[in-house]
Design a protein around this ligand. Structure first.
Ligand SMILES: NC(=O)c1ccc[n+]([C@@H]2O[C@H](COP(=O)([O-])OP(=O)(O)OC[C@H]3O[C@@H](n4cnc5c(N)ncnc54)[C@H](OP(=O)(O)O)[C@@H]3O)[C@@H](O)[C@H]2O)c1
Length: 313
């Protein structure tokens, strides 16, 4: 049994992971949330604790006896990582053993804070879980998640159309690579990491699938057995957030005010394409967790999309 605190108690991604943790029937799990609990929020086998990230003592109290903190605090909305930094400080004060910040870019503030904290000696064991983009989005509108809302992506299987960026099909370059993993695979691995005795790797890459937009397009053409209509965006246009395609995949995430969805979606598409096309190798991830759990079989892109296209989910 591990005493776990899951921060960002109402997180959609967090609840996908929570299901896997609860299913083991082994752990004592506390959900830390800024919200008051409601009967709909109650999850069997868990305890709900309301927290204020600006109140150090309340946080320390909530973390008494906790071994592992898994944070799903929405990184983009946590200004300068203030909430996650407060959580780290409280975890240290409460004697927490392990900490996983929100699945995030290692350049963001909380990972940097953890690195600094452990610079001279280990103060708090941590791992930066990195998994790339959730494959589940490519299956939209098919529902392949329980809690996480899915949105349309550039690759539209239903209408057989795709949006790519210039140079996406240039052979022999590292640029354009992207890592994809199902949220179920992330949940399965996280559930195992919680139980593992060995020291967590500081960078915890989860390498399920690496592909390029060109390989992805070729794969869906094969699965569907039909051609796709493809629109190409220029990188200079993306840098200016100028999207010239006939459609912009909308990302109506609950954190985005309705009036901002259009602008957010343009920014999201630009950022993702610029990240994938980066000359330093695109959006790849390392494979530390694969080495620790070599027997885990990740869902392949082909198996996932074939099943989605067959309408079975
Ligand atoms: N790689 C991918 O494909 C992918 C996809 C989706 C998400 N993500 C990442 O996964 C993480 C969780 O995403 P999600 O979709 O589950 O997020 P979410 O549901 O929008 O929010 C997570 C939780 O963070 C808490 N929160 C929000 N703003 C906060 C603030 N300013 N201070 C403190 N807590 C705050 C809220 O919990 P309470 O109100 O209960 O406190 C919220 O429910 C994010 O960092 C996101 O970037 C990655």
């Amino acid at each position: 049994m591990v005493k776990i605190a899951l921060a960002g108690g109402t997180s959609e991604v967090g609840h996908e992971i929570l299901d896997a943790l609860v299913a083991t029937g082994k752990h004592d799990i506390t959900l830390l949330s800024r919200q008051n609990t409601t009967p709909e929020d109650a999850v069997d086998g868990t305890t709900w604790v309301k927290v204020d990230y600006q109140d150090h003592q309340t946080l320390v109290h909530a973390l008494q006896g906790v071994h592992t903190v898994l944070s799903f605090v929405d990184a983009p909305r946590d200004q300068d990582g203030a909430a996650q930094k407060a959580l780290i400080d409280a975890a240290v004060a409460a004697g927490v053993k392990r900490f996983a910040p929100s699945v995030a870019d290692s350049l963001q503030a909380p990972p940097h804070y953890l690195r600094e904290l452990n610079k001279d000696k280990k103060v708090l064991e941590y791992s930066l879980f990195q998994c790339g983009l959730f494959l589940n989005y490519l299956g939209y509108p098919h529902k392949t998640t329980k809690h996480m809302a899915l949105f349309e992506s550039c690759l539209d299987l239903e209408h057989r159309r795709d949006i790519v960026f210039e140079g996406y099909d240039q052979p022999g370059t590292a640029a354009g690579r992207i890592s994809l993993v199902t949220v179920q695979d992330l949940a399965a691995i996280m559930a195992r990491t919680v139980e593992s005795d060995g020291e967590w790797p500081r960078v915890g890459g989860l390498h399920a699938n690496a592909t390029t937009l060109a390989e992805l397009l070729a794969l869906v053409k094969k699965i569907k057995g039909k051609p796709f209509q493809v629109e190409t965006l220029k990188l200079d246009d993306l840098r200016a957030m100028h999207i010239t395609s006939s459609r912009v995949p909308m990302v109506p995430h609950r954190s985005v005010p309705p009036g901002m969805v259009e602008r957010f979606s343009r920014m999201f598409l630009s950022n993702i394409f610029l990240k994938i096309s980066a000359a330093d190798g695109g959006w790849g991830v390392s494979d530390e967790w694969n080495s620790i759990f070599p027997d885990h079989e990740f869902t392949s892109i082909e198996a996932f999309l074939t099943e989605v296209c067959a309408g079975k989910e």
